[in-house]
Design a protein around this ligand. Structure first.
Ligand code: MRU
Length: 344
């Protein structure tokens, strides 16, 4: 029922991913056997979205394992660790990247031969991708119960199928609701400067037959005053052990507006996005080149010589979060205590 193809796939020892920079106008694929090209794709945001970059990194390590031609297990481990470093240095905020790399490395380190390492690393990467899709569907099952036929959902960025291996996180309840015969409307913030909302979320929802309207990021206040907005579903790049949500820039203002207007605010958080190791002040918030803000599609819009301050993500404190939708159920505050419970 989804209108978009899979974001990333493992095909005959190669990785094939949609180049999201060309969407919605062109559906273009990147195919590679080289983990360095995967790292480039993550850096350039040809693939983006926390779970999708986790899957991409896992497949990148699988490519690194397969490129080893000797029978020396030490050599193979060295290569995969080098690839892990390269992939880890692409983007700092989404915890799924580090989580997936840790998972694959753990499997590699148990292997007794190169052959075993290659087989088990590829299997683990495929498992990560498969589990991601399954978990998103479970998030959809829990989240769908929060929706009534005719509701309007507000969201930001793209936490949809394109940001995951399939189905999406914040979009999953919307897709599940549609499968059950409930039609919901969606308002999506355009999400400057990459326009993931306008380009990607609008594209994927429209392709699935879901009514969607785009608003500029700075309209959320007036939209909450004037429009019927029933609930907010957003994604998560990291949910820290102290209950803070790190997600696309614009999420925090959305949460503040939701609080003021009594609109329930639910991040969709697969457990792969929960970071039990760090508190919020230890998390690096990615800052990207100001050039991405002062120019749109290569056309300069600000005066020459003026730079921009560009944080790619923001932080929403727990007091603005109604609950988080995980694949194990909806978790309500106090998060520090309750996330530990569902993970145990
Ligand atoms: O910079 P991006 O496009 O990678 O940011 C994506 C987001 O912020 C998403 O909301 C988040 O990764 C969750 S995706 C299911």
């Amino acid at each position: 029922m989804l209108g978009v193809p899979r974001t990333i796939e493992w095909v005959d020892g190669k990785v094939r991913l949609i180049n999201q920079l060309s969407l919605p106008h062109k559906l273009e694929y990147i195919e590679t056997r080289d983990y360095r090209r995967i790292a480039e794709a993550i850096k350039r945001m040809e693939i983006r979205g926390a779970p999708a970059i986790g899957v991409a990194a896992a497949y990148g390590l699988a490519l690194a394992a397969l490129e080893v031609k000797s029978n020396d297990i030490g050599e193979a481990l060295k290569n995969i660790r080098r690839a892990a470093e390269v992939l880890s240095s692409t983007r700092p905020t989404a915890v799924n990247l580090f989580w997936a790399i840790r998972r694959v490395l753990k499997v590699a380190e148990k292997a007794g031969s190169v052959e075993e390492l290659q087989k088990s690393v590829v299997e683990e990467a495929l498992r990560i991708a498969r589990e991601d899709e399954e978990n998103n569907k479970k998030i959809g099952d829990f989240g769908e119960k929060l929706l009534e036929d005719g509701d309007t959902v507000i969201t930001v960025c793209n936490a949809g199928s394109l940001a995951t291996s399939y189905y999406g996180t914040a979009t999953a309840p919307i897709y599940r609701a549609l499968e059950k015969g409930k039609l919901v409307n969606v308002i999506v913030m355009e999400t400057r400067p990459y326009l993931q909302g306008a380009r990607l979320t609008a594209f994927e929802l429209k392709s699935a037959g879901i009514p969607v309207k785009i608003i500029t990021d700075n309209s959320i206040g007036i939209v909450a005053w004037k429009e019927k907005v029933d609930i907010a579903f957003v994604g998560a790049d990291r949910f820290t052990k102290d209950g803070y949500l790190v997600n696309k820039i614009g999420t925090y203002p959305l949460a503040l507006v939701c609080k003021e207007h009594s609109i329930p605010f639910y991040p969709a958080v697969p457990t792969s996005t929960i970071d039990l190791q760090h508190e919020i002040n230890e998390v690096e918030i990615e800052r990207r080149p100001g050039e991405e803000v002062v120019s749109i599609k290569g056309v300069r819009i600000a005066p020459e010589g003026v730079d921009a301050l560009y944080y790619a993500f923001d932080i929403t404190p727990p007091k603005y979060i109604t609950g988080i939708i995980t694949e194990k159920g909806i978790v309500y505050p106090p998060f520090r205590k309750n996330i530990k419970k569902i993970l145990s």
